[in-house]
Design a protein around this ligand. Structure first.
Ligand code: CA2
Length: 145
């Protein structure tokens, strides 16, 4: 069974508690439960994590080599700023899928650029938390191809 690492960046631990008009009412625990459910269906083992710290995300990405078949990442604000996360992902030879709950391209201009989309095999944005489920479906397709 392939293992998939799902990484969440800063402030996503607040999901469901603020700005429901942008991010909806589901909490990050709800999103994790959705991912485990989809993972069971797709025969993928899910490791779901969140950190507010760029360095911790970088370390998790570095450690993923040899342990995971792919990474799904919502790097949150680090999407738009982090060369460190980009470099760490670039070193991996596994598919990376970028996911966002909102569509950053339809929001403030500072959210329009993504370092991660430069290397992502797919980008899913603006689909709410169902974007994580879609990312797992896409990952499953990529791993079968
Ligand atoms: O839409 C997304 O998933 C984002 O990655 C969310 C990030 C934002 O910086 C990106 O541009 C797009 C923000 C995550 C903050 O999450 C919150 C959750 C609840 C309340 C407030 C913030």
């Amino acid at each position: 069974m392939k293992k998939i690492l799902i990484l969440n960046g800063p402030n996503l631990n607040m999901l469901g508690m603020r700005e429901p008009e942008v991010y909806g009412h589901d909490t990050l625990d709800d999103v994790e439960a959705l991912c485990h459910e989809k993972g069971r269906e797709q025969n993928l083992k899910i490791d779901f994590r969140q950190s507010n710290h760029e360095g911790e995300l970088v370390e998790w990405i570095q450690e993923a080599r040899g342990l995971f078949g792919g990474i799904i990442i919502n790097a949150a604000a680090y999407t738009h700023t982090s060369v460190a996360i980009y470099d760490a992902l670039k070193m991996l030879d596994m598919p990376v899928i970028e996911v966002h709950i909102s569509n950053p391209k339809e929001r403030e201009e500072f959210r329009h650029f993504s370092y991660i989309e430069l290397l992502a095999a797919a980008v899913i944005a603006g689909e709410g938390v169902q974007g994580y489920v879609q990312a797992l479906e896409k990952m499953s397709e990529l791993l079968k191809a």
